[in-house]
Write a protein that binds this ligand. Structure first.
Ligand code: ADP
Ligand code: MG
Length: 382
């Protein structure tokens, strides 16, 4: 294990992260709280994580000197976004512990590979077809329509997706996506969406957070609710078992989030996975005895894992740039006057519509109290 506060190769024990977004920032905060030094590699001079880290290496993700500097500084390295180039992780992994590893990240980067892995694990997926060639396009069965055409790589927050009803729309959509490899998924009747976050150590020890109920708006997570009864009890056990199987099936090391659909008939279908902490796990920062970022630190450093315990019902509201008045800030003074509100902002200086600026965690004694406070906060934020 890399012990906090120890000296490693003549330097204070330092943990590194590829990517300087908000997830990296919250990882850095958790690592620093335990006494680690941190290093962030991100080309953006004002990246949210770079701004708060001991070291900020400002190079491209594939820059050899940047990667060499990161390895020189760090005893172990993690990632905060799934599109970190796999070759960069392989370079780092040859010399330092890297979690999650390049193979796991490569699977999560590709919707087709990801779905094949879910099927191997025996977890139901949406009916789908891979479309990488005109022949595959022609061979698509009508049973997949209406459907959603998604680029196999680089999609996030609903980007790189087109809904199609007919074969003509499908052909046009694939052209619009520049004929890159895609996955066509049958449009399913969703009752709700949920997610599960697990953390798994290099020794195979695995722990999980509770099942999270997620509400999206325009393809972006808007609200996460986590309390007794938010997700039907019979689905909770299924979702946790499926997530653990998915992590174990790739000998995953680190924090992994798996997203599920709950269909109108009540069946659980796996959607996608993220090889990192996830927006739907931000409530853990205030509602659990350990946050998802603390577990990321522990898995990376090889520290013991214990099953996290949720000590309060919780609702998380995502704070998008749309809430910011021109040149000002939302009415935090009024929002923070509500009991059990915890504000987390990511240090982003310009608020654009759709941009994730922060989140508001709400805790309380009962689900009813938390829901009432969330409604009041949402009304104040407009
Ligand atoms: P992203 O990587 O952008 O999060 P997702 O595949 O999770 O992409 O899709 C974003 C959202 O679109 C989902 O959270 C869900 O609300 C909706 N969606 C995606 N696939 C389907 C589907 N097959 N049937 C119905 N809704 C879907
Ligand atoms: Mg998603």
């Amino acid at each position: 294990a890399i012990l906090p506060g120890a000296m490693v190769n003549g330097q204070p024990a330092t943990l590194g992260v590829m990517g300087g977004g908000q997830l990296g920032r919250m990882f850095v905060h958790a690592a620093q709280a335990m006494g680690y030094f941190t290093a962030v590699l991100d080309p953006d001079t004002a990246s949210p994580a770079g701004l708060v880290s001991h070291h900020h290496i400002q190079t491209d993700y594939l820059d050899e000197q940047g990667l060499a500097q990161l390895m020189q500084r760090c005893a172990a390295i993690t990632t905060e976004f799934e599109n970190v180039p796999a070759p960069a992780l392989m370079t780092l992994g040859a010399q330092r512990p890297v979690a999650p590893g390049a193979e796991a990240v490569a699977i999560a980067q590709d919707r087709a590979a990801e779905k094949a892995h879910f099927v191997r694990c025996g977890v139901p997926v949406a009916p789908h077809a891979v479309i990488a060639t005109p022949a595959q396009l022609a061979a698509v069965g009508d049973d997949l329509l209406p459907g959603i055409l998604k680029t196999a790589r680089m999609g996030y927050d609903g980007k790189g997706q087109i809904r199609v009803k007919t074969r003509e729309e499908l052909t046009a959509a694939w052209d619009q996506l520049k004929n890159v490899p895609c996955v066509l998924e049958k449009m399913l009747p969703l009752q709700a969406e949920c997610s599960v976050i697990v953390a798994r150590g290099a020794d195979g020890q695995i722990v999980n957070f509770p099942v999270q109920l997620n509400l999206h708006r325009e393809g972006i997570l808007a609200v996460t609710s986590v309390y007794e009864g938010a997700v039907p009890a019979e689905l909770v056990a299924q979702a946790v078992a499926a997530t653990r199987a998915i992590a174990e099936g790739i000998h995953y090391v680190g924090v992994l989030c798996v997203e599920f659909f709950i269909l109108e008939g009540g069946q659980l279908v796996v959607n996608e996975m993220a090889p990192r902490p996830h927006n739907s796990g931000h409530y853990t920062m205030n509602a659990c005895d350990q946050s998802q970022f603390e577990l990321q630190v522990r898995t990376l450093a090889g520290l013991p894992l214990t099953q996290p315990r949720q000590h309060s019902p919780a609702i998380m509201l995502n704070l998008l740039g749309d809430l910011w008045p021109e040149g000002g800030a939302p009415a935090w003074d009024k929002v923070l006057a509500l009991p059990g509100t915890h504000l987390h902002l990511y240090g982003k200086l310009s608020a654009r519509p759709g941009r994730k600026m922060g989140h508001l965690n709400i805790t309380g004694a009962t689900p009813e109290a938390v829901r009432a406070t969330a409604l009041q906060a949402a009304a104040l934020l407009g």
